[in-house]
Design a protein around this ligand. Sequence first.
Ligand code: NAD
Length: 282
Amino acid sequence: MEIKNVTVIGAGIMGHGIAQVVAASGIPVVLNDISDEILQKGRAKIEASLERGIQKGKMDEAGKQAALERLTLDSSLENAVGQADLVVESASENLEIKKTIFQQLDQFCKPEAILATNTSQFSITEIASAVSTPERVVGMHWFNPPVTMKLIEIARGLATSDEVLETISGFARGLGKEIVVCKDSQGFISTRVLLALRLECYRLLEEGISTKEDIDKTLRLAFGHPMGQFELADFSGLDTELVACRAMADVFGDRFRPPQNLVQTVKAGRMGRKSGQGWFKY
Ligand SMILES: NC(=O)c1ccc[n+]([C@@H]2O[C@H](COP(=O)([O-])OP(=O)(O)OC[C@H]3O[C@@H](n4cnc5c(N)ncnc54)[C@H](O)[C@@H]3O)[C@@H](O)[C@H]2O)c1
C-alpha cells in the first residue's frame, strides 16, 4: 500500500518533529492534539526548526514553505484521521490514553489504514487489543529529535501482519531513516538498553559516588557519547521516563525500579527542559 496521507497524534516533544519529517519528505500530514493552543505551539516549533534547516544550508525558503503547506492542524481526532493511510500515535506515555485513542482510531480510520504507536516501551500487542483489526497495529519508535536521529525501531506485535511490517519499514526508509526490527517486548531494544545505563548513572549520584556533571562527562569523554544521561534525560522528559521505568519494573523487576532521586525530581515538577528544570536548570 502506498502511504499518501499521514496523521500524527500528539504535538509534544516527539509528535511535532515526526510531523515535520513527514511534511519535509513531501507527504501531507495532519497534526492532532487535545487543544488548538498546543497545536499552534507545535507548528511554531516546526517553523523554527525548518528555519534552522535553512540557516544550516539543508533547505531553502521554498522548501520550508512547501513543508508548512503540507501541514494541517486539527484538534478533532475524527476529522484528523479520516483520510490517513498511516496514523502515528505519539500522545503522552500513558497506556490508558493510548488504548482510548486506538479505540477511536478503530472507529474513525479507513479499514486499511496502518495504526502505528511511538510508545517507548508499552506492549504493542496490548495497545492493539483496543482495535478490532490488530494486524494493522505496529510499533514505530522514533528517537529524539526525530528530524536528526537516523533510526526508527519497528516493533512487531503478536498480530502485526507481514504486509504492515513491510509497508511501515519501506515508509521509514523512504523518509531517509535506518530501521531495526524487534519482537514486541517491553522496552524493545532501545529503551531497555538506555534505561539500564541511565538508572546506573542515577544510582551513582544517589550513592554520592560522583556529581551529575562528572558522570555525564565520563559518558561523553570516556565512551564518546554525544550527551551524558542526565543531560539527555532532561532533553527527553523525566515524567515520561518515570512512567517507562515503572512499567519496565513491572515486567523485569527491580533492575528497572526508579531510584528515589528520579521520583523526587518529578514530584517537584522538574520534568526536564520542557518545564524549565530537570536535573539541570534551563
Ligand atoms: N521524549 C522522548 O525522548 C521520546 C522518544 C521516543 C518516543 N517517545 C514516546 O513518544 C510519545 C510522546 O512523548 P513526548 O515526549 O512527545 O511527550 P509530550 O509530553 O512532550 O507530548 C505528549 C503530547 O500528547 C498530547 N496528548 C495527550 N493526550 C492526547 C490525546 N488523547 N489526543 C491527542 N493528543 C494527546 C499532549 O497534549 C502532549 O502535547 C510517548 O509515547 C513517548 O514514550 C518519547
